[in-house]
Design a binder for this molecule. Structure first.
Ligand SMILES: NC(=O)c1ccc[n+]([C@@H]2O[C@H](COP(=O)([O-])OP(=O)(O)OC[C@H]3O[C@@H](n4cnc5c(N)ncnc54)[C@H](OP(=O)(O)O)[C@@H]3O)[C@@H](O)[C@H]2O)c1
Length: 248
């Protein structure tokens, strides 16, 4: 790709989209060319991101562009699913942060990305700390045989348990050759929480807790920007491991 990487951001008015959007505007190698939302459609981006200069108007649909862009999505799974299929069909790479998709929806998005030869990333958690947590959990699973997960989020989070907790439970289950639903996951939704995950390993006489806390959604920006920068290196694949994008 020559010139700046053009990005259309869905969820621009959301808690996470706002942070990622501001990071995109501050990145000299990227250009924000579109913003998608629902209730805030019709407003300009600078009306909802205080202190930012941008005249982009939030739309409900993918904007018409006569050049390829990257769709970055932090919304909700129903609309995101359709948008991802549509963006891939018009040759756009897709970087998806939205969580809560069904297994069938994920399969269909993976097929769409493969059929159209575009790069896709479906990353449940873009924070580097959560990615490291998963690596540490894999390591610990070689020495412990019992663990439970506790995840806590703000009360507005719709999916439960979180995509990150489901992914970690699946990592543990495959390390131990068990079905995913045999790993207990406890989910809390409380004011004052942002995004917290803990994996508690137990063995006679000891416990090991591996834990990650997000206090501020800027935690997601580094991983999201890395995904945007490198997604074109993975044509036809829907990557679900942030490691592939940060360790390219
Ligand atoms: N992968 C990660 O690292 C990561 C990190 C944090 C959150 N997430 C996920 O990202 C998603 C958003 O989380 P959030 O906390 O930022 O949510 P949020 O604050 O509620 O924001 C939701 C955003 O989605 C937009 N939206 C809702 N329905 C829509 C529709 N039908 N069409 C187009 N846009 C629509 C909203 O637009 P309006 O305001 O205009 O209605 C808003 O911009 C969730 O799935 C969450 O789990 C992922």
């Amino acid at each position: 790709m020559t010139g700046p990487i053009r990005v259309v951001l869905a969820g621009a008015s959301g808690r996470t989209g706002r942070e990622v959007g501001k990071a995109i505007l501050e990145s000299p190698d990227m250009e924000l060319v579109g913003a998608i939302g629902h209730r805030q459609a019709g407003k300009s981006v600078d009306a909802i991101w205080p202190g930012v200069k941008s005249e982009i108007i939030i739309t409900r649909e993918l904007p018409l562009c006569d050049y390829p862009a990257i769709l970055v999505d932090f919304t909700e799974p129903g609309s995101a699913f359709q948008r991802v299929l549509e963006a891939a069909a018009q040759g756009w790479h897709v970087v998806i942060g939205t969580t809560g998709f069904t297994a069938d929806q994920i399969d269909m998005m993976a097929r769409q990305v493969a059929d159209h030869g575009v790069g896709g990333a479906l990353i449940a958690n873009f924070s580097l700390g959560a990615w490291l947590l998963e690596r540490l959990v894999k390591e610990a699973a070689q020495y412990f045989t019992d663990a439970e997960l506790v995840e806590a989020h703000h009360p507005h989070k719709r999916d439960r348990p979180s995509g990150t907790a489901k992914r970690i439970a699946s990592t543990l289950a495959s390390s131990w050759g068990k079905p995913d639903d045999e790993i207990p996951v406890h989910a809390m939704r409380l004011p004052g929480m942002v995004a917290h995950q803990a994996v508690i390993f137990g063995a006679p006489g000891q416990i090991l807790t591996v834990r990650h806390d997000v206090h501020d959604r800027s935690a997601y920006t580094t991983g999201a920007l890395q995904a945007i920068r490198h997604i074109d290196r993975f044509p036809g694949r829907l990557i679900q491991d942030l490691g592939e994008l940060v360790e390219h």
